[in-house]
Design a protein around this ligand. Structure first.
Ligand SMILES: Nc1ncnc2c1ncn2[C@@H]1O[C@H](COP(=O)(O)OP(=O)(O)O)[C@@H](O)[C@H]1O
Ligand SMILES: [Mg+2]
Length: 355
């Protein structure tokens, strides 16, 4: 059965250093939630608090309505998968997978069928007698996955499980993880610093920075409506610049900034106020390569300082009033460095973000 997972007001100190600051969230049963943030922001610490390996200095961990703070890790019925796989090198695949079942004193007959079912789920049939060193990285990670799910945990925890795999395999194994999690319906907390992985795999993303939660949203909303400069630039690429509101009308506002003048469908800002605006590179529509400063609203013009061929797109770095603005254009544009370009940006694509 899937558990609701909640943490309330978690604080954690290492000496003077506060690694977790008032962390709270509430995850519906069976959801796949990702803790996303740069290295050192506290993701592993939070995962260890949830698993019970670390005691928080304040706050509560709650599984399915039950406060777990006093429950030791081996009684929490969680299972964790690590980057390093943490397999027993001298045990066979089968014995690695059976380890947790033996700890739980599952009878031999049942143990074999449970282990075989788990191996089947992760496509390891026929490899039960191998040792970990006789497997590829991807297969080793699948052994770790089978070992985690075979005990039928209430909460499944992953700490950067794909970091040791090459890019192609990472994409494949993350689909395997997601499919397995969906079919088992186990509430899952997944840690990564890779924003693309988080967007691809999650029901909910919890963005963290410096020990704090900065935003909790589904992948689409966190990308389309980042709340802060940090989230906008950590998840995807963003041009962020300070602007000043010159006019606030009903349902729209006009702002000016080093990129130019923009009309944005937004309420709640007043003339004279300052705010940061964010424009995604893919939201810049190339309108002309004719020379000359374009003064129209919602248009940026400048000279290309770099053009980087990306395969599926060409990324242009454009100098606009001493700022470098990044724009993605279709791969069949053959635009040279030094050329003059103008882009239009739809008002709806311009986001206001907090500092
Ligand atoms: N046992 C520890 N003792 C002291 N500091 C620690 C300990 N564990 C983690 N930290 C510090 O806490 C911060 C968060 O670490 P961690 O949770 O591992 O980050 P992440 O997993 O997001 O990279 C880091 O600054 C790290 O150096
Ligand atoms: Mg970590």
């Amino acid at each position: 059965m899937a558990y609701r997972l909640a943490v309330e007001g978690i604080h954690k100190y290492f000496g003077e250093f506060q690694a977790l600051k008032n962390i709270s969230f509430d995850i519906e049963p069976g959801k796949f939630v990702t803790l996303l943030g740069p290295s050192g922001c506290g993701k592993t610490t939070l995962l260890r608090v949830i698993a019970g390996f670390l005691e928080p200095d304040g706050g509560r961990v709650i599984f399915g309505g039950r406060v777990m703070n006093e429950v030791p890790p081996n009684k929490r019925n969680t299972a964790m998968c690590f980057q390093s796989y943490a397999l027993f090198p001298h045990k066979t695949v089968f014995e690695n997978i059976c380890f947790g079942l033996r700890m739980r004193k599952i009878p031999a007959a049942k143990l074999t069928s449970m282990a075989e079912e788990a191996m089947n789920m992760v496509d390891l049939n026929g490899l039960g007698d191998r040792k970990p060193y006789e497997l590829s990285g991807g297969q080793q990670q699948r052994v770790a996955l089978a070992r985690a799910v075979v005990v039928r945990p209430d909460i499944l925890l992953f700490d950067e499980p794909l970091s040791n795999l090459d890019a192609k395999l990472r994409e494949k194994v993350r689909v395997d993880i997601r499919n397995l999690q969906r079919s088992l319906g186990i509430t899952t907390v997944y840690v990564t610093h890779d924003q693309a992985e988080a967007l691809a795999i999650s029901d909910v993303i919890i963005a963290m920075n410096k020990g704090e939660i900065v935003q909790i949203s589904d992948p689409r909303s966190i990308y389309d409506a980042p709340k802060t400069k940090f989230v906008a630039s950590f998840i995807g690429t963003a041009n962020i610049v300070k602007s000043r509101c010159t006019f606030a009308g009903p349902g729209y506002a006009r702002v000016e900034c080093p990129y130019g003048e923009f009309t944005i469908p937004v309420t709640g800002i007043s003339a004279g106020s300052e705010q940061y605006i964010c424009i995604r590179p893919e939201d810049m529509q190339l309108i002309t390569t004719d020379e000359g400063q374009n003064q129209s609203a919602n248009v940026l013009s400048g000279r290309i300082v770099h053009a980087v061929y990306m395969g599926n797109t060409v990324d242009l770095f454009v100098e606009v009033n001493d700022q470098i603005v990044r724009a993605s254009v279709a791969k069949d544009y053959h635009i040279k460095e030094g050329a003059w370009v103008s882009f239009a940006v739809a008002g709806e694509e311009i986001r206001i973000v907090e500092d």
